[in-house]
Design a binder for this molecule. Structure first.
Ligand SMILES: NC(=O)C1=CN([C@@H]2O[C@H](COP(=O)(O)OP(=O)(O)OC[C@H]3O[C@@H](n4cnc5c(N)ncnc54)[C@H](OP(=O)(O)O)[C@@H]3O)[C@@H](O)[C@H]2O)C=CC1
Ligand SMILES: O=C(CO)COP(=O)(O)O
Length: 327
């Protein structure tokens, strides 16, 4: 297939390698001339240091080139950039399959990526690819399993067949809502898990956070129409585990730095990659109050990041909530 990748950060670059290895023709769009020149030289040191990028992956600075030449378009940009990219590709878009890699909710609308694309592009060929898949490991062909979810199982199967290989195994799923929400909200829980790492590296506390984090992701998801089972799969529990525990996780890192006493602005300023949970937690905070959904870890994470709450006080408050049944 001719495949166009929009976004040349760590995940866009890494998935380009997977797809090239699978025999596809790949063009990758970047808006940055330095990244463009690096890719031409067979590397992307800013986003994927130490990895060689085959020169047959063709970089371009022209968005129209990746759209007009492609049978399938991959979106590998942050969730907050989806609406503006969708507006830009609208005049060029001719109903190709769109595969979204972004994991986040739009701050101003609380919308998932598929809802934004539906609004802007009236898209009917949408697949979301999500699951435990750090770019740094995928780029090194480390065995990875992931989920392709769509309302149209034919499309999910096209993605499954074209993206899978011996080290990249794709399962299909028909629950877009669950897969998108699992990927978006685990980033918030990973920040809180990182906070625990930064404060003391406490195993008991982190295991509890992951478990109760999954409970609140599931609670929110079900209220939004997701299937409960999705959250015990790769896009739910699987991604939550990897993001809360990995040395590669950007979201866990933000939490760890907060736990060590650094300020959010300072942390973000010094990071070159996106930590989606920093934004998704904003989208969720107001909404969960309005919808009356119990998400205490999400609330406390917001309060620590944006209301200056001492992380130790937040942990104390979580521990001192009214005692209740686990289910
Ligand atoms: N990295 C990973 O391991 C994984 C990431 N994801 C998800 O994939 C998405 C992308 O992540 P990742 O590749 O890590 O992010 P990076 O921060 O590594 O790269 C982001 C890319 O998006 C571009 N970009 C940022 N803002 C805009 C904008 N407003 N308009 C157009 N392009 C923009 C950047 O361009 P520029 O360089 O010019 O700023 C860069 O090419 C996120 O939602 C993330 O959660 C999912 C699974 C794994
Ligand atoms: O989604 C991811 C892994 O599946 C990436 O997580 P981070 O953004 O926290 O690195």
């Amino acid at each position: 297939m001719n495949i166009g990748i929009i976004g040349s950060g760590s995940w866009g670059t890494s998935i380009s390698k997977v797809l090239l290895n699978n025999g596809h023709n790949i063009k990758i769009w970047t808006r940055d001339e330095h990244v463009f020149n690096s890719l031409k030289n067979g590397e992307n040191p800013y986003y994927l240091p130490g990895i060689s990028i085959p020169k047959s992956i063709i970089p371009t600075l022209k968005l129209e080139e990746v759209i007009s030449d492609s049978e399938l378009i991959v979106l590998a940009i942050p969730a907050q950039a989806i609406r503006s990219i969708a507006e830009q590709i609208k005049p060029l878009y001719s109903n190709q399959i769109i595969v979204n890699l972004a994991k986040g909710l739009e701050i101003s609308t609380q919308k998932r990526v598929s809802e934004i694309l539906d609004e802007v592009l009236k898209i009917n060929k949408y697949v979301v690819l999500s699951g435990p898949s750090h770019a740094e490991e995928v780029a090194r062909d480390i065995p990875t399993s992931i989920v392709a979810a769509s309302n149209n199982m034919e499309l999910a199967k096209i993605v499954q067949e074209n993206f899978s290989n011996v080290s990249f195994r794709v399962y299909t799923n028909n629950d877009i809502v669950g897969v998108e929400l699992g990927g978006a909200i685990k980033n918030v829980i990973a920040i809180s898990a990182g906070i625990i790492d930064g404060i003391g590296g406490w195993d008991n506390s982190k295991a509890a956070l992951i478990t109760r984090g999954l409970a609140e992701i599931t609670r929110y998801g079900i209220k939004k129409g997701a299937k409960k089972d999705t959250f015990s799969g790769l896009a739910g529990l699987g991604d939550l585990i990897v993001t809360c525990t990995s040395q590669h996780s950007r979201n866990r890192y933000v939490g760890e730095m907060i736990g060590r006493g650094k300020k959010l602005d300072e942390i973000i300023e010094n990071m070159n990659m996106v930590a989606e949970g920093v934004y998704t937690v904003k989208a969720l905070y107001e909404e969960i109050k309005d919808l009356n959904i119990e998400m205490p870890i999400t609330e406390k994470t917001y309060e620590v990041l944006y209301l200056n709450k001492d992380p130790r006080k937040a942990i104390h408050e979580l521990m001192m909530r009214e005692l209740k049944d686990e289910n």
